[in-house]
Design a binder for this molecule. Sequence first.
Ligand SMILES: Nc1ncnc2c1ncn2[C@@H]1O[C@H](COP(=O)(O)OP(=O)(O)O)[C@@H](O)[C@H]1O
Ligand SMILES: Cc1cn([C@H]2C[C@H](O)[C@@H](COP(=O)(O)OP(=O)(O)O)O2)c(=O)[nH]c1=O
Length: 205
Amino acid sequence: MTGRFISFEGIDGAGKSTHIQAVADWFRARGADVQLSREPGGTPLAEALRALVLQSPMGSLTEVLLMFAGRRDHVETVIRPALAANKTLLCDRFTDASFAYQGGGRGLPLSVLNPLADWVQEGTEPELTLWFDLPSEQAAARRAGAREADRIEQQDLDFFERVRTAYAQRAAAAPDRVVRIDATGTVEAVREQVLAVLARRYPAC
Ligand SMILES: Nc1ncnc2c1ncn2[C@@H]1O[C@H](COP(=O)(O)OP(=O)(O)O)[C@@H](O)[C@H]1O
Ligand SMILES: Cc1cn([C@H]2C[C@H](O)[C@@H](COP(=O)(O)OP(=O)(O)O)O2)c(=O)[nH]c1=O
């Protein structure tokens, strides 16, 4: 028996963190053993890399290498053991974020990203990805009311539109895995969509 691996994606401020708890509650109410994690981060080593990557100036290639270095540790020491223990692992971001931010946002080519993803994941892949899709202006307005911007969040609206376009391309390439959530509505309207996806995907739960 293996667990479930579900990731949450979208540009900063789209609402991932707001809804991950509702998904955890949904699965827990149905008896699942739920574990939450996040990237960049999720292990002591990867959290240390997160602090570096979100604060220190660096080039795009260094940035993507640090993202994937942390991911490797996370996959080996947290994600695979959780799945082997039949847990439902909910992860706030995973590899799609590297294709969106370092690929779409920074302009790194697939010839860099694809091998890194293959080496690091070795087949470990979310079975479902909830992509919270929101125009970058609206996401920026939500972020402005919520928190101080880190190094990546300080990028301009064009950067976030490129990130959003790259998410759309990832979704189009993996339609069975990635489900688009229209994140423009109220928290309640977005939550309704999320719970409808869960009910559809996990009817036996
Ligand atoms: N549907 C929504 N409408 C208005 N504000 C929202 C909505 N969803 C989330 N927010 C608010 O927007 C901000 C960013 O949401 P958050 O869940 O932290 O986004 P993310 O984790 O995707 O960066 C928070 O202050 C949150 O309360
Ligand atoms: C996982 C990942 C995140 N990121 C970026 C997206 C976010 O701007 C930042 C931190 O992600 P996140 O934890 O979602 O930030 P917050 O909790 O402040 O919303 O890292 C990448 O650029 N590449 C990656 O592979």
